[in-house]
Each structure stands twice: as C-alpha cells, then as structure tokens.
Ligand binder design. Sequence first.
Ligand code: NAP
Ligand code: GDD
Length: 344
Amino acid sequence: MKKALITGITGQDGYYLTKLLLKKGYEVHGIVRRNSQNSIGNLRYLSEEEREQITLHWGDITDNLFIDNVMKTVQPDEVYHLAAQSFVGFSFENPKFTYDVNIGGTLNMVNAVKEYSPSSRFYFAATSELYGKVQEVPQRETTPFYPRSPYGVSKLAGFWTVKNYRESYDLFMSNGILFNHESPMRGPEFVTRKITLAVARIYYNLQDCLELGNLNAKRDWGFAGDYVYGMWKMLQHSKPDDFVLATNETHTVREFAEEAFKVVGIDIEWEGEGVNEIGRDANSGKILVKVNPKYFRPCEVDLLIGDYSKAKRELGWEPKTKFKDLVKMMVEADLERVANGLKG
Ligand code: NAP
Ligand code: GDD
C-alpha cells in the first residue's frame, strides 16, 4: 500500500486529493494545525468511513522540528505540499506572515524530504499567480514570471526552492503551476465562492446585495476535483518536472456573477462604470451587485489564461468540467447549504 503525506489537507484541494488517494488505496497522512476548536476544516465533509482511514499529525509547517519528525516517522512514498497562506488579498496586509508560511514552510518540507525521506516523490502547489503581469498569452511553462503580490512572490520563492532541490540533490520534486480552481469546498473569501454563497443567500432573502471589487479581472477557472488528479499524475510521471494545469478559457468576475445569478433564474443588467457600476435584476430592477473599492488590490493580476498542452501531452491530463457546469455546481451546493441552515 502506497503512503501519501498531505499538507493543507483541511483546505479545498486537500479534501479532493484525500478522496482521490483513498479511492486509489493509499494510506493517507495529513498535517493539520491546531486551533482552539479542534476544527478539521473540509475534512468534516468526508464520510465517517473515509475520515477513519486518515492519520492526522497535528502541527504547523513553519515548525521544522515537527516536520522533520513527521517525515522520519511516516516515510511517505508521495508528499503533496498544499499548505499555504493562499489568499492573495490577505498577503498584501500580512506579507511577513505570508512569506514565513509559504517560503519558510516550503523550505522545511523540501529539506525534511532531503534529510529523512529522499525517495519520497514531492509535489509543490505553485500557481498561475507567478505570471502576474503576464508576459505572454496564454501562459505556459516557458512564460517568464512577474508576480504581483506578496503571495505571488512567496510562491515564486517556493517554485525555485523546489527546482533547486531537485537539481542539487537529485530528488523527485515537481511544481504544479495551477490556474484558479474552484468547488463547493472553496473558502468563502475567494471571489467565486463569495458570489455563489451570496446568490444563494439573496435567493432566500437573507442578503440584499453582493459587493465586489474589480469586476474586470479575468481568470482561468477550473474544477478542483479535476486538478488534484493532475497533481497525482505529476507524481506518477517518469521524471520530476513543472506543469501548467488550466482550462485555456478565461472569464471576467462580472461573467462569473452573471452566470451564477442565471442559475437561480435572475438575469443581471449592468449599468455605470468603474466604482459606480451596478448590476440590476433585469425583471425587478433591484440592485443586486455593487462595486466596493475596499476589495480592490494594490496591484492586480488582470488576465490569466493557461496553456495546458504539456500536461496533456506528457501526463494525459485534461480538464473535464466546463465553466458553466462549475458555476452551476457551486450555486446548487450553496443553495442546499443555505436551505439546510434555514431548516436549522
Ligand atoms: P486553501 O483551501 O486555502 O487551503 C490551505 C491549507 O493550508 C489549509 O488546509 C490550511 O489549514 C493549511 N495551512 C495554512 N497555513 C498552514 C500552516 N502554517 N501550517 C499547516 N497548515 C497550514 O487552499 P487550496 O485552494 O486548497 O490550495 C491548495 C494549495 O494550492 C495552496 O498552496 C494554494 O496556494 C495553491 N494554489 C491554489 C489554487 C486555487 O485556485 N485553489 C491555484 C494555484 C495554487 P487551515 O485549515 O488550518 O487554515
Ligand atoms: N476575493 C475577492 N473578493 N476577489 C475579488 C472580489 C472580491 O470581492 N472582487 C473582485 N475580485 C477579483 C480579485 O481582485 C481577483 O482579480 C479575482 O477576483 C480573483 O480573486 P480570488 O478569488 O481571491 O483569487 P486569486 O486569483 O487572487 O487567487 C486564487 O487563485 C490563485 C491562482 O491563480 C487563490 O486560490 C490563490 O491561492 C491561487 O494561487
């Protein structure tokens, strides 16, 4: 039985990856940081049977003694390093904390592999945020990087740390340059989930209006369930390498919101520009979307669209879920959650 160690197991990707690896018969170990509620994040949505199969190790990736110990004890065949301060907006307010977790934590992970489990195959969650102010459209593995946030800079350091350990010590370490991927397990602060939750709450009259920042930002949004399969494929490959996973489609935040309201039968009509732009229910005239500058970022990534042809060619990976189906899946999940909340 193969053993996998997942950092960030309580997050969105941790949830889908755990399900995938359990289904494939892996012994799954996960790192969870302690909190006062003993909360296990998205793992609470696993079945009891699935949860019982996971071994949790309680600690923080910034603690190298803890990480060394876990690596020595578990001796995993595969390590999926997903843990990070992953919210770009927050990274502008807390750059030091973001660097400590994303750079320091990643260094602790690769070093523990080198010292205590050098035959482990290692996956690092790099990101399309590395491309930031894009130097080429679409973005591929060879596109020069230009990060635009402390988060992006921290992940760039992680990317090069992984590549440097791979080349220096002949370790199997791969970078997944993943474009935005979403799901009903997405944290509510990210724009897609913020929108789908608001649509559900507006539908049930629990909220009047949705306030957003930059409606013009374009993202290449895929489904997290498809992307964790790509992570796994990278570690089954004949050699360690860096791969883009994306859909090769891009949509604005405005389009995502429009599509999400459509799922509950509301057509949005837009008027005005910039901070004065509003979205009205085309039927009732009610204002449902407003712009609030507090959600603007000091530096924005305007356009992301990825070319995943290398992953397709070498790993046989392709995204399965289309944009409209993803939006529908997320709105429907939030409608159900809000309705269940109302029932008590
Ligand atoms: P997420 O939902 O925010 O999950 C992040 C995970 O990291 C959580 O389990 C969190 O634990 C854990 N974590 C944070 N700081 C930690 C620390 N100091 N010690 C131990 N664990 C810590 O992120 P995601 O969307 O699943 O993304 C997974 C990874 O892929 C992240 O590294 C992210 O930056 C990267 N990425 C994501 C996307 C995307 O679109 N989703 C795209 C490209 C790259 P808590 O539950 O305790 O907070
Ligand atoms: N969060 C948020 N909230 N974003 C908003 C809002 C809002 O109210 N209004 C507009 N946006 C815009 C942001 O300015 C950004 O351009 C876009 O929506 C997407 O923002 P997020 O959903 O927060 O995601 P992100 O693209 O910044 O980062 C995510 O994707 C990266 C991969 O490209 C995260 O998952 C990162 O961890 C990941 O690396």
